[in-house]
Design a binder for this molecule. Structure first.
Ligand code: NAP
Length: 246
């Protein structure tokens, strides 16, 4: 589905990002992915993905830094010649009730989850305009649509991504550049692995499909939006949440 497409993915070293990198490499993409602190995991993934026979490279780059994003895009263009797909996946949580939330917790989440999307999109647009096409995929969350107690910072960052996505779709649609958001619900990660069965059952009660999603399922949706199978889809936020939002 992605034969020879060059994908730039932020936060590829773990979790959903690593699943996206694996799925896209299996679909024939050339993968440039970033990490911040998980160097060993990033290098191991880089080696694993090379077995698919396409170029792969891991870059240490802080997505929340405008300057590092600019340098990263230059390096990727130097190494891969073009960027067809940008996936803004890097994200963090710093949960706290509003009364206890520090300015630092607010700023950190907005910088890493939202400003990073501006940073990477800003620097990838020019090469995409030159290529006369591209697909930008931003990883939001169902929490950005519904809010969540204790996550005002995270919800605001993820809601911001949705507005950003719609605006970029309008700005560059005429240039054949698409921009969509994905809103995952509960996805199995290291974090959900730690929940006991009783707590999981309580969550499942509100999910029509009665289970958490897998990172691979998110990666498959991402692959569809990156591919030429979705050429008339832009400006959308697609939920992948087992029906949590119905
Ligand atoms: P995760 O396992 O914690 O992985 C986060 C990834 O982001 C890591 O690769 C991390 O790299 C990278 N990262 C963090 N800060 C970064 C920065 N400043 N610059 C570059 N990379 C950075 O998270 P996840 O659960 O896979 O989540 C991935 C995305 O999906 C996030 O945007 C998250 O908000 C969203 N999401 C997740 C769920 C869920 O249930 N898991 C649900 C809805 C939405 P290092 O390890 O190298 O630092």
């Amino acid at each position: 589905m992605l034969k020879n497409k060059v994908v730039l993915l932020t936060g590829g070293s773990r979790g959903i990002g690593a699943a996206i990198a694996r799925e896209m490499a299996a679909q024939g993409a050339r993968i440039a992915f970033t990490y911040l602190s998980s160097e060993e995991k990033a290098k191991a993934l880089e080696n694993e993905l090379k077995t698919y026979g396409q170029p792969v490279k891991a870059y240490r780059s802080d997505a929340s830094s405008f300057e590092q994003a600019e340098n990263l895009v230059k390096e990727v263009l130097n190494d891969f010649d073009r960027i067809d797909v940008l996936i803004n996946n890097a994200g963090i949580t710093r949960d706290n009730l509003m009364l206890r939330m520090s300015e630092e917790q607010w700023d950190e989440v907005i910088r890493i989850n939202l400003k990073s999307v501006f940073n990477l999109t800003k620097h990838c647009l020019r090469p995409m305009l030159k290529n006369r096409g591209g697909s930008i995929i931003n990883i939001s969350s169902v929490v950005g649509m519904f809010g969540n107690a204790g996550q005002a910072n995270y919800a605001a960052s993820k809601a911001g991504i949705i507005g950003f996505t719609k605006s970029i779709a309008k700005e560059v649609g005429s240039r054949n550049i698409r921009c969509n958001a994905i809103a995952p619900g509960f996805i199995e990660t290291e974090m959900t692995d730690e929940l006991d069965e009783k707590t999981k059952e309580a969550y499942f009660a509100n999910i029509p499909l009665k289970r958490f999603g897998t990172a691979k399922e998110v990666a498959e949706l991402c692959t569809f939006l990156a591919s030429d199978k979705s050429t008339y889809i832009t400006g959308q936020t697609i939920s992948i949440c087992g029906g949590l939002n119905v």
